[in-house]
Design a protein. Sequence first.
Length: 393
Amino acid sequence: MTFEDIDRPGRAALGRALLGAGVMGEDWAPTFAAVDRVAFLPESMWPFDPRTRKAVAVDKAEDPGAWYAAADSDAPIVTQWDDGEHTGPEPGRVSTSSSSMPSVVYALLRDLAVDEGMAVLDVGTGTGETAGALAHRCGGRKVTTVEVDPSVSRHAGARLDTAGLHPHVVLGDGAKGYAGNAPYDRVLATVGLREVPRAWVGQTRPGGLIVAPWGTHYTPADAVARLVVRRDGTASGRFTGPVEFMKLRGQRLSLPPHHAYVPAEGEGGADTSTTGVPEGEFLAPPYSALPFVLGLRVPHCVQAVAAPHDGARPVWLYGLTDRSWACAVFREGDAEARVWQAGERRLWDEVEAAYGWWVGRGRPDHNRFGLTVGPALAGPRVWLDDPADSWSL
């Protein structure tokens, strides 16, 4: 596919880059050419740079060149802040709707292994672009897209109609799926999960696929789970790689404030020790395997990394089922870090043991891990290499 009919050089270059990188298969190239991202973007938006983790406002009327350049880039674009309560050009507090990176979208579509005539549930309509791509590939009447935010859903529906793409647009809680058009051959989520909704498993035919970003609260990052639904009502499969999505609104983390864990007088009374885990080894980049694995091995725990100050960097751990906490302070040039721990759990000990477990198994990446969910299970089960050797979260 050469994208000769695309009249914007930036968009044509993006298509070639997606094909060249292998994130978009040749079979999706006609959809990329037909479903233009710009048709689904608002006049004012905030392109997001994953490297700096900052977003800057771009207005189509004021700077059309920058607007089109952002639309044709492989970068996420924030389209809503603070559940719609935000106004003005400056970024809000929390991004709550967006146009995802094209490379991520087409990698998800590749993992979905969808084809013409398949019934698809798309959770998290957002701008409507992904639903439009699915409608182009499968046929509009076969695609159901669910969005919880009324304004986001309304604008997406209007843009889809204008583009001549007509999936069934539903305003509702995506965690409930949409039973009216079930069973589905495929379920695709473009929101991050901390729990796979039972409704999705129940609304997917045996042999069907659920593709969804999933993770733990340990870090904000997710990994794409590709789950095959079985006749016994379970769904199981491997992770394909790291991503990060805005979380399903009903599964967002609400962490108590720091002072709810650590008393005002400070760390007095906490157990103290040292650790030889190197700072550079432990503080891996957010999309690397280690933070993901620590979340799998240390459930109900959140890590918060403070900015370095005077050569020291504190790393905090907070329990989610009680007020256990831990803090390891890494100092530049020191071979060991000092550790404080308090509460029912010794969270640093758990994290250090999980780190040792990961190293001892050859530092496995995301795609060696898998997930099994189902109503007959007490909770999600994760595994390394073999589903028979799993543990509960």
